[in-house]
Design a protein. Structure first.
Length: 180
């Protein structure tokens, strides 16, 4: 699935690191992130590793801890959700689009106009659609919109950035973390 995710991210123009298989709000999704090199360097030098532990997240609700929150070292470019049909895409991306642009990755349609109505509905809600064929070629059918600004930042979204930062540091070699 990873080569398909990279093809989908490229079709969307999302430059960054693809982090596959992230559990978010009851869904398995993939995220595209960019490491903020300056922040990562500062956090490394000052003893601020990723804080992916949910108990640390809960401590944010304590006023005494608010003066000690680190700046996020990753930027969430977008969320990719793999689905088998367009009908399930709205359910899969509905809540996630509050965090970042969300696109569903679908198998390429098997005939012209076969999915036009579901695509119109997804476009209406700002959900992107990328079709990937059996050879792994990705085609952008509907560009996503960034609706996250309509909802504003959330503590959950900020904690998700820590989870993604943790995954990048554990799974991506240091030389591959820099996004051109």
């Amino acid at each position: 699935m990873q080569p398909l995710l990279h093809a989908a991210a490229a079709a969307l123009g999302w430059r960054g690191i693809v982090v596959p298989d992230v559990a978010v709000l009851g869904h398995q999704v993939s995220a595209v992130v960019r490491v903020r090199a300056d922040v990562h360097e500062w956090r490394s030098a000052n003893g601020w590793p990723p804080q992916a532990d949910p108990s640390w997240f809960r401590s944010w609700f304590e006023p005494a801890a608010h003066d000690r929150l680190p700046v996020s070292a990753v930027e969430l470019v977008g969320v990719l959700v793999g689905e088998s049909t367009a009908d399930r895409a709205l359910q899969s991306c509905g809540t996630l689009m509050t965090l970042a642009p969300c696109s569903v990755v679908l198998p390429a349609p098997q005939g012209k106009g076969a999915q036009s109505w579901p695509l119109i509905e997804l476009d209406y809600y700002g959900i992107g659609v990328v079709a990937v064929d059996e050879a792994g070629a990705a085609e952008l059918l509907v560009p996503p919109e960034d609706r996250s600004t309509e909802f504003g930042p959330s503590l959950f979204g900020r904690w998700l950035l820590e989870v993604l930062y943790d995954r990048v540091l554990k799974e991506v070699p240091a030389h591959a973390r820099v996004t051109p």
